[in-house]
Design a protein around this ligand. Structure first.
Ligand code: SF4
Length: 394
């Protein structure tokens, strides 16, 4: 079907209908950005009616930078034995969570490298302690590749590792490490992560246990638009299967361009890159819109302010995204490759949402609405006007 016919159907339909892979590729290749954004916003309002955008008050904790996986795009990790390695103590992690509690946060997102020197008891005891001492904080910890690493060290299955961590108090898994679920791309940029099926399998095991999960996607490795749609298709297919069991599956989807400003990717790949690397703002917005249109079974799409900046993240809220992400407080993985802003106050998120013409709502990790303080009480009057007013985007 021609892209004009597909978008006409999206915009004239009162119901969410499924885009085929072929139609999605046609849209990706041919549709103008502004028309994609209009259609994605229409679809967004079908999924999430009302003029509201959610955000989360949380903290990232990157508990170790020791890693044996050596992803080509990663500037965060250090191999075992390197002089710049670190692993945070339980006390350091506790004190980070206390700082989150002090600002009324509700979730930590804890992820790090695949560190073979940490045994399973280190993880289990940590989660047990954190659950006991911070009962109001959701513990979303350890992305699929870390779960695989723990399983390898313990000689348990990933399902057994997840089950024991859940019993200790873990609430969910970060969606990190999906990058591009296309074998040819993955082999080139993260060969030790193995087949894309590995990430999906661990996520499915987590979802079957009732753990909260989200899906991610990194673009800009030189992949084709068809590769990007293939990634989305893998997620949509798995989500169909999980939803058919009456489970929740992925709560949300978030994409961002690979960060390469200070990355040594090219050097480590010995100059053999077949890629024209990276993705700019319009390409990012295009991908957000496409993901909203294609992922008809994932309820929420997040904008990524840490990689794109607040201005482009505001535009993403008009391109299908309905969530502004989270405060984070710190970030050490993506920021090691070049992003400069890795913490936002609740005030900044609320302001950014309002300046896009939406009403901000605080949420928890499961997208339940929480009581939302008026962080904008002290804001200048102009900051609270919808975009029909003369308000600058940034
Ligand atoms: S992206 Fe994660 S798994 Fe890959 S090298 Fe960095 S820390 Fe390790």
């Amino acid at each position: 079907m021609a892209w004009t016919s597909i978008l006409h159907r999206v915009l004239s339909s009162n119901e969410i209908f499924r885009l085929s892979v072929a139609d999605c590729i046609e849209l990706y290749n041919e549709a103008p950005l502004h028309q994609l954004m209009e259609a994605a916003h229409h679809r967004r309002l079908q999924h999430n009616p009302n003029n509201e955008v959610t955000y989360l008050v949380d903290r990232n904790i990157n508990y170790t930078n020791v890693c044996t996986i050596n992803c080509q795009f990663c500037s965060f990790y250090r191999p075992p034995g390197h002089e710049e390695t670190y692993t945070q103590s339980y006390e350091e992690i506790h004190s980070r969570i206390e700082e989150l509690e002090a600002i009324g946060g509700s979730r930590i997102l804890m992820q790090g490298g695949v560190n073979p020197s940490l045994d399973f008891d280190w993880y289990l005891n940590l989660i047990t302690e954190l659950r006991a001492e911070h009962p109001t904080i959701d513990l979303d910890c350890f992305s699929p590749i870390e779960i695989e690493g723990i399983a390898e060290v313990t000689e348990l299955t990933t399902q057994e590792v997840l089950s024991q961590l859940k019993d200790a108090g873990m609430h969910g898994l970060p969606g990190g490490g999906a990058e591009m679920l296309v074998e040819t791309v993955r082999k080139d940029v993260s060969p030790k992560k193995g087949h894309p099926d590995n990430w999906l399998r661990v996520m499915k095991e987590a979802q079957l246990l009732g753990l909260t999960t989200s899906a991610t996607n990194v673009i800009g490795f030189g992949e084709t638009n068809s590769d990007r749609v293939q990634h989305l298709h893998r997620i949509r297919e798995q989500q169909d299967e999980i939803l058919s069991k009456g489970l929740i599956g992925f709560t949300s989807f978030i994409a961002w361009p690979v960060q390469l400003e200070t990355n040594t990717f090219g050097k480590r790949n010995k100059g053999q890159n077949r890629f024209e690397r990276g993705a700019g703002s319009t390409e990012y917005l295009r991908h957000v819109a496409i993901s909203r249109l294609f992922l008809d079974n994932v309820p929420h799409i997040q904008a990524s302010w840490p990689t794109m900046g607040m201005g482009i993240a505001q535009m993403a809220l008009l391109a299908g995204a309905d969530d502004a992400g989270s405060t984070m407080m710190e970030e050490n993985v993506v920021s090691a490759s070049g992003t400069t802003k890795f913490s936002a106050t609740e005030y900044e998120l609320q302001l950014s949402i309002r300046r896009s013409g939406f009403v901000p709502f605080r949420r928890d990790s499961d997208y339940n609405r929480l009581e939302t303080p008026s962080a904008l009480d002290d804001a200048p009057e102009a900051a609270c006007q919808p975009p029909s007013q003369t308000v600058e985007l940034v």
